[in-house]
Design a protein. Structure first.
Length: 257
């Protein structure tokens, strides 16, 4: 009898472990699918994620190989690439009306800026796309449209969102296609969507991308201005040296006479 009970307990434990493993794998797959399905609806560009591993117990996990593609017409391969993003979610909120995200830490993203310092650039175009989607996700929309934007309208609460160690690779029209690399300050948001309505996925994307675009423009504009000053200084030095050489040559000519 005891042996029979032991066998039953062992079988239950094995089943429990199997269920946990399946849940863990499924949760990561769901996150990956969500990123690659909802993301493009918001940005109107490709969005890829290599893998996602989320613990069903702690809610903490890691997203690897994130890529945000560029709009049509741009030559560079991506707008933003991130090797690793650490996240934390309160597991009990996943099936609720508002998903509670404890933290998002985007580590060392590689940002590509292509175009002009005005509105004609890849980040500006993506931001326009996001703003259009965000504006369309409101309470007064027709129920038929709600289903279409269900992912973008997902309610969130994000306690802490950090972007750190970001580098920008800029390919500017004014530089004739030449590139330069600059860094931007860390971007940090706290207590987003703490109210009953939360913050939608579209609104969160808009908020983060807007700040990324602002910091990128500032950094690239400053770097381009510094390059301009360096070029002006170089031309001035070249002109001065040329005049000195010319004056010396004329002087030597008169000496010979």
């Amino acid at each position: 009898m005891k042996k029979h009970l032991v066998k039953i307990l062992i079988a239950l434990v094995v089943c429990l472990i199997a269920v946990v493993v399946v849940l863990m794998l499924s949760l990561g797959s769901l996150v990956k699918k969500g990123v690659e399905t909802v993301g493009p609806q918001i940005t109107r560009t490709d969005m890829k994620l290599d893998s996602a591993a989320i613990s069903v117990f702690s809610g903490s996990g890691t997203l690897k190989g994130f890529l945000l593609g560029n709009p049509e017409g741009y030559k560079t391969a991506s707008a933003i690439k991130v090797g690793e993003v650490s996240v934390g979610v309160k597991p009990g909120s996943v099936l609720s009306d508002k998903i509670h995200v404890t933290h998002v830490r985007v580590k060392a993203p590689e940002i590509t800026f292509e175009g002009t310092l005005g509105k004609q650039n890849n980040l500006g175009q993506i931001l326009e796309n996001v703003e259009a989607v965000s504006a369309s996700v409101d309470k007064d929309k027709h129920p038929a449209d709600k289903k279409k934007d269900k992912g973008a309208a997902t309610k969130l609460q994000v306690d802490d969102f950090l972007v750190e160690g970001a580098r920008v690779h800029a390919s500017l029209t004014l530089l004739g296609g030449k590139s330069l690399t600059v860094t931007i300050p860390e971007i940090h948001f706290t207590d987003l969507g703490t109210g009953p309505d939360g913050i939608t996925a579209a609104e969160l994307t808009k908020k983060v991308l807007n700040q990324v675009t602002i910091e990128t423009l500032h950094a690239v504009e400053k770097a381009a201005a510094d390059l301009g000053k360096q070029a002006t200084g170089l031309l001035k030095d070249m002109s001065t040296n040329s005049l000195d050489k010319a004056a010396k040559g004329i002087g030597d000519l008169f000496k010979k006479k």
